[in-house]
Write a protein that binds this ligand. Structure first.
Ligand code: COA
Length: 141
């Protein structure tokens, strides 16, 4: 049987390596509302020992962690920028990810923007698309 290639062309080994090697995550579109997937996923990542920096200009704090207006305001290195914003907002955050020296941009479900995805890849970052970081962690680790 021929396995369909995922849009991001990453294999399970690639994704596993990303989730093992990189521990510092900027979670963009962070929300204190428990009904938001961004909230549930952030909770999960913290539980699994990742350093998670919430990013959303609307909030000062999310899940008791200081929340930053942009990726560039985070006072630490960032390895993965995990996107929970509508596709039209992703390009700005990809530019921030590039400037910040992040290694991976992760497009959660319903956030994919082809130009932003392409921009991340052309700048040399790994780009993950149409996947959930929590589901992939549960599946692969
Ligand atoms: N920068 C940062 N945060 C922003 C933002 C921006 N430019 N624009 C909006 N947000 C925040 C909002 O504050 C909001 O949080 P709040 O309700 O606490 O204020 C949140 O992002 C979502 O806002 P909105 O644009 O209204 O979202 P929506 O209801 O249209 O949903 C997504 C869009 C992308 C957030 C939603 O489809 C999603 O969560 N996708 C990911 C799904 C997923 O992968 N789930 C995991 C399954 S395991």
């Amino acid at each position: 049987m021929v396995r369909k290639m995922p849009v991001d062309r990453l294999t399970d080994d690639d994704v596993r390596e990303i989730l093992t090697e990189y521990r510092k995550i900027a979670l963009v579109g962070a929300s204190p509302k428990p009904e938001r997937d961004a909230n549930r996923v952030m909770h999960y990542l913290l539980e699994k020992g990742y350093e998670v920096y919430p990013v959303n200009p609307r909030y000062e704090e999310v899940l008791r962690r200081k929340c930053y207006p942009s990726v560039l305001d985070i006072p630490d290195d960032v390895e993965i920028v995990d996107l929970f914003v509508r596709p039209e907002f992703t390009m700005d955050y990809v530019e921030q990810a590039i400037k910040k020296g992040a290694k991976v941009v992760w497009f959660q479900f319903n956030t994919y923007n082809r130009d932003a995805f392409k921009r991340a890849k052309e700048a040399g970052l790994a780009a993950v698309a149409h996947r959930c970081i929590k589901k992939e962690h549960e599946r692969l680790l």
